[in-house]
Design a protein around this ligand. Sequence first.
Ligand code: FES
Length: 439
Amino acid sequence: MRKSLWTDTVTLPEREALQGDVKTEVLVIGGGICGILCAYLLKKAGVDCLLVEGDRIAGGITANTTAKVTSQHGLIYDRMTHALGQEQARVYLEANEKALEKFRELCAQIDCDWEEQTAFVYSRSDREKIEREVQAVNALGFPAEFVSRLPLPFSVEGAVAFPRQAQFHPLKFLEGIIRDLPIYEHTFVKNIEGHTAVTSHGKIQADQFIVATHFPFINRHGSYFMKLYQQRSYVLALEQAARLGGMYIDEAQGGLSFRSYGDLLLLGGGGHRTGKKGGGWAVLEEFASETYPRSIVKYRWAAQDCMSLDGLPYIGRYSAGTKNMFVATGFQKWGMTTSMAAALLLCDLVQGRDNAWAKVFSPSRSMIKPQLFLNALEATANLLTPSLKRCPHMGCALKWNVRERTWDCPCHGSRFERDGALIDNPAKRGCKCLGNGDK
Ligand code: FES
């Protein structure tokens, strides 16, 4: 595994595994930023809670993000206004702006390189698309602006500018908030039976559960294996490249993203569905060597994100029939900000309080989308593919990832080392006898 800039500069203190059986009001499962924020806000609200993590906390996507905190998630507001109406689009924007505000409040007390920046979504080919997005966002009451020039090494047709967004160091932030949280690491939850979570180190009785495990691990409720797929995306941290103020991302599939961290330029892109071919670091390296010929790659890493069917996260009850179980997933590459929105929302729901954001994020919302059909097609094709290397999640044929030298599952995105060790869920265990796929 390659180290990100964040993991190379901060090591979070290790916590012990659970010893024996315990009880709590709320059990948070999953120690990424979302689970940690849920536990933090619940504890602040006086709710008895525990967090368990199967490995180390903040070891997954939280350590491999580009760490932008923004309510600007691509060009979503024009699309959302048309699909769901202005009221729901406003609620989504408000939830993310409130998340940003909460981060601002917490980061004022934590040394985590918090910097307010303007966020830009640019287009290199379609000015009208950008104009429509600016109009849609303005109609929601937010002061977005149209910008025709950016300090990027190419021209653009236009960009949407969101003022007062932010970037930070995610692990420095977490270091500041985990200190007093009740966390057990190396404690893998195998199953939930009624009010009991069965872990690798004992049982935990809880009144309520929050599943924040990146990809939800319980298959018998919620059908997340139908409603989610995963995407990989790649980052290079470059020395001796440009130093930029602001955060930038292309609206087009396969475009590039930019932000600075100190002297480093974080260049992102090369994304593709997990288990499929895509540009990867090669695309970024080619761009960097042409555009910044003196630049040196200081770090390289990859992230893996859960993508929902309609472009909005699933936050709320795990399924309509699970009264004491909640979930947060499908953050669409914007997990820093929506994790905080999820924590604020779930903190209300587990305490039995209404929250006006619940409807737009509800995991039980109806969704007959083309992506559902594509997901089903992908799963069927991979289930029927003849191969001895099969994924322990639901049996799809694994694909060898030449770039990262891992076995990846195109169905729902589980990933494995060459020796079979599990890297990314939803699979709950490793896979024996994989070996080197280069041969
Ligand atoms: Fe579901 Fe592999 S991740 S079958």
